[in-house]
Structure formats: C-alpha cells, structure tokens
Ligand binder design. Structure first.
Ligand code: ADP
Ligand code: MG
Length: 205
C-alpha cells in the first residue's frame, strides 16, 4: 500500500531532483524555448515542499491535489498549469483514502496524464512532456522502475521530433534535434517516484 508519507516523499524527491537538474532543464529550454523551464520548476517545486510542510495534508489524494494547486499558482510558464493539472487530477482520482494500492495509483496517474492531454491539446509525438508521461503511465501498471525507464526513453525519443505544441512549435523544423525540456522534467518526476518506491519497505518498485 502507498500511504500519505509516500506521496510527500515523492514530492520532496522531485523537488530535490528539479533543484539538481535546473540548469540542464533551462539549457534544453534555451535551445527550443525561452530558457526558463528549470527556474520555473525550481520555483514551483520549492513552493510545493513548503506548502506540504506547512499544511500537512492527511491523505495521498490531498498531498497531490495541494501540490498541483501550488504548481498552478507559482509557475508562470505553460508547464505550471500542465504539471499542476497532472497532480491535481491524479490526486482527485485517488479520492480520500488513507492508503492506496499501486493499481489504484497507476489508474489515477493515467487519468492525470489524460487531463494534461485535454488541457494542452497535445498528443504522442508532438514533442512535449506527454511523450514521457504517456509511456510512463502505461508502464506504471506493471512497475515503478519500468515507468521510470519508459519515461526516460520517451524523453530521449523527443530528440528527432518536430514540436507541434507549445513555444518550441514556433521553430518548426528547427525544433528537430533537441530533447524537449518538459519531457525531460517529466522523466525526472517519474524517476523520483521510482526512487521513492525503491526506498519504501513493502513497496514493490
Ligand atoms: P513556457 O513554454 O511557457 O516557457 P516551460 O518552459 O516551463 O513553459 O515549459 C515548456 C514545456 O512545456 C515544453 O518543453 C513542453 O514539454 C511542455 N508543453 C508546452 N506546451 C504544451 C502542451 N500544449 N501540451 C503538453 N506539454 C506542453
Ligand atoms: Mg520556457
């Protein structure tokens, strides 16, 4: 079972990873965007860890809903509402159980990823965070580690794609040959999830 603390530790691990990789994310965004993806997420996830400490939400669903709301209100770029929607919708789908099964979580996460697609209108192959999130959601039904691997592979697979959504799409063919910053940060998020699972007794990573 996955408890409230599991989800809090996931968010803390994601914040640490974003902090560590912020420069690289911004560098990727400087090639095909406006060089703010790392700082956007740094600001967002540090606000997430702060509010989770302050408000101490009591259920897995409440942790993710609060985290998502915080991302929406603190991240200016396109990625804020998109990641905020991912976490909020996932949290909402978890309901108010004190603990959730891995299967319940995998289904909730898939609903969260679908909501990102609805909000941004992007599909697989458009060179966005969805190219990491969609394969991760599918693999999550089997394992956390598998989801991390699928997300990483999905991020790398954005390199030869031409962007069809977001700021990078303004570049047309010139967006080809660069890894998408949002797909890269999405892989970090799922890797943080797998690392949290590995570090948790009784959870099969
Ligand atoms: P901005 O583009 O406003 O500067 P960020 O730099 O924080 O915002 O985030 C850029 C990332 O957001 C992109 O690399 C891409 O993965 C993701 N993104 C942008 N538009 C969309 C969309 N419509 N659907 C899904 N993801 C998107
Ligand atoms: Mg940007």
């Amino acid at each position: 079972m996955l408890d409230t603390d599991f989800f809090r530790r996931w968010m803390t691990a994601a914040a640490a990873s974003v902090e560590r990789e912020a420069n690289d994310l911004t560098e990727l965004d400087s090639a095909i965007g406006d060089a703010d993806h790392g700082s956007n997420l740094q600001r967002g996830f540090s606000a997430v860890t702060e509010v989770l400490e302050k408000d101490a939400p009591a259920t897995p669903g409440a942790v993710l809903t609060l985290a998502g709301r915080q991302l929406i209100s603190t991240v200016g770029g396109a990625s804020g509402p998109l990641y905020g929607t991912l976490l909020r919708r996932t949290g909402k789908a978890l309901g108010d159980d004190d603990e959730v099964t891995q299967t319940q979580f995998a289904q909730a996460f898939a609903a969260g990823v679908a909501a990102v697609g609805q909000l941004g209108g992007a599909q697989a192959g458009d060179k966005t965070m969805l190219d990491a999130l969609l394969p991760a959601a599918e693999a999550l039904a089997t394992s956390f580690e598998g989801a991390a691997e699928a997300a990483r592979a999905g991020a790398v697979a954005t390199v030869p794609m031409q962007a069809r959504k977001g700021r990078a799409s303004y570049l047309g063919e010139r967006s080809i040959g660069h890894q998408d910053p949002g797909a890269t940060s999405a892989a970090l998020l799922v890797e943080a999830l797998a690392a949290t699972a590995t570090a948790t007794d009784g959870v099969d990573a």
